[in-house]
Design a protein. Structure first.
Length: 470
């Protein structure tokens, strides 16, 4: 019934891009419907991405801390053990509470929620096969495509989500694999490798490129890799997987140097394929409205998120830009603001990136490699967590803060942090970048003591003058 009268805005996809766009549109007074086929809101992020991975990262960190650090703090116990099913149960509860929370927000904001698969009939009509087996046509003056992304497979490797898993399977294993091979050293591979490594798996990460997470500042990346190696994660860089044999109890992977050369074989109980994600537009009927995708399947949009077809917009993982939940949300808000005739804005140079391992690695703005390449004269201020009293007091002082400024103006152009809670500390830097702050602005801002955030202040002091505590 909801679908038959015309909406101002129809959103296809209920992930962080789509559901945020729908709520914002309703808040701006637009009649809004959101179509989601999964049967639950929150998209990849909430159901099989950000949220369940952070739940497992936390649980596995607790176990690992109990095993390796509690005694040092004088906390003693016997018979430490892992109950994987209980761990998964806590993760599932977090996910279901949050997805239901979004349904509640839809009700509160009067967004109509249609559960089903949407397909364009025309630029203003979407046919929906609902999950209860019916069909309805939803009409809208403006339609936003927010269909997100899907796991990118590798040629010749069949994902069965049991022994050869994607991130989705890696979030739902029923026991701790003895040997886990991770293909791809990006954020997702390192996070999931950390989860199972902490719980006892021998983890080997195979990466085609010469470095782990190529987008990271080189100096931070080196320290990060060393830290993961200390946690017993093994890396085989410049290496490709050429064949996977699942015919016996143990999976055998044939490897070869990326540049070619002698082959070798490694064994695994479980293989995680985390070689990236690919935009998802399958079954959407883009051909019915004449929207084309680029070479890697993304939908090109202009600066107002409009596709080549008037009244049809696209946001989030399905368009170019970092494939991150918070970027999708920003896209969603700006897109709806444009539709409502207001101004919207997303600054893609200031989207923070966080790897939620331990320590966490977070960054915003440019890396040292990027400023060099741009020929910008720059200064660097660094501060090691070893000089931070809070980090020392909790015996968790691995890592550093690195602030990069433009030499002439002292304007902050990039901040890179490796330490526990780096993902929280980074927002002070994001704000600094957004407001064009100098390192002196950060350094002269009074920071509470004793906090990890003082390390950001000290690195900023070091960028324009000298730090105190080192
Ligand atoms: P999605 O979240 O993919 O949502 C799209 C939705 O559209 C899906 O629910 C899908 O079912 C629905 N849909 C698709 N086609 C149709 C159709 N035709 N009709 C109806 N519905 C349809 N990002 C972070 O920022 N931080 C993290 O910590 C983080 N961790 C991650 C961990 C993992 C393991 C993974 C896989 C991803 C992670 N990400 C993280 C990335 C993040 O999940 C995505 O960037 C984000 O979900 C993109 O949002 P979106 O709204 O564009 O698309």
């Amino acid at each position: 019934a909801s679908g038959s009268d015309e909406n101002d805005v129809v959103v296809i996809g209920g992930g962080p891009g789509g559901y945020v766009a729908a709520i914002k549109a309703a808040q701006l007074g637009l009649k809004t419907t959101c179509i989601e086929k999964r049967g639950a809101l929150g998209g990849t992020c909430l159901n099989v991405g950000c949220i369940p991975s952070k739940a497992l990262l936390h649980s596995s960190h607790m176990y690992h801390e109990a095993k390796t650090s509690f005694a040092k703090h004088g906390v003693k116990f016997d018979n430490l053990d892992i109950d994987v099913a209980a761990m998964m149960g806590q993760k599932d509860k977090a996910v279901s509470t949050l997805t239901k929370g979004i349904e509640g927000l839809f009700k509160k904001n009067k967004v109509t929620y249609v559960k089903g698969h949407g397909k364009f009939l025309s630029p203003s009509e979407v046919s929906v096969d609902t999950i209860d087996g019916a069909n309805t046509v939803v009409k809208g003056k403006n339609i936003i495509i927010a269909t997100g992304s899907d796991v990118k497979g590798l040629p010749g490797i069949t994902i069965d989500e049991k022994r050869i898993v994607s991130s989705t399977g890696a979030l739902a294993l029923t026991e701790v694999p003895k040997k886990l091979v991770v293909i791809g050293a990006g954020y997702i591979g390192l996070e999931m490798g950390s989860v199972w490594g902490r719980l006892g798996s021998e983890v080997t990460v195979v990466e085609f490129a010469p470095d782990i997470v190529p987008s990271m500042d080189g100096e931070i990346r080196k320290q990060f890799q060393r830290s993961l190696e200390k946690q017993k994660m093994k890396f085989m860089l410049k290496t490709k997987v050429v064949a996977v044999d699942t015919s016996t109890d143990i999976v055998k992977l044939t490897l070869e140097p990326s540049a070619g050369g002698d082959q070798s074989v490694i064994e695994a109980d479980v293989v995680l394929v985390s070689a990236g994600r690919t935009p998802f537009t399958s079954g959407l009927g883009l051909e019915n409205i004449g929207v084309e995708t680029d070479k890697i399947g993304r939908i090109p949009v202009d600066s107002k998120f409009s596709t080549s077809v008037k009244g049809v917009f696209a946001i989030g993982d399905v368009i170019p830009g970092p494939m991150l939940a918070h970027k999708a949300e920003e896209d969603g808000i700006a897109c709806v603001e444009f539709i409502a005739g207001k101004e919207g804005h997303v600054d893609y140079d200031k989207v923070p990136g966080v790897c939620y391992t331990h320590p966490e690695v977070a960054s915003v703005g440019k890396t040292e490699e990027q400023v060099k390449q741009l020929g910008i004269e720059y200064r660097v201020g660094k501060f090691p967590m070893l000089g931070n009293s809070r980090a020392k007091s909790i015996d968790d002082a691995e890592g550093l803060v690195k602030v990069i400024t433009e030499k002439e103006t002292d304007k902050v152009v990039g901040v890179h942090i490796m330490c526990s809670n780096a993902g929280e500390l980074i927002h002070e830097a994001a704000l600094a970048l957004t407001y064009g702050a100098s390192s002196e602005d950060i350094a002269r801002t009074c920071h509470a003591h004793p906090t990890l955030s003082e390390a950001v202040k000290e690195a900023a002091m070091a960028a324009y003058d000298k730090a105190i505590h080192i």
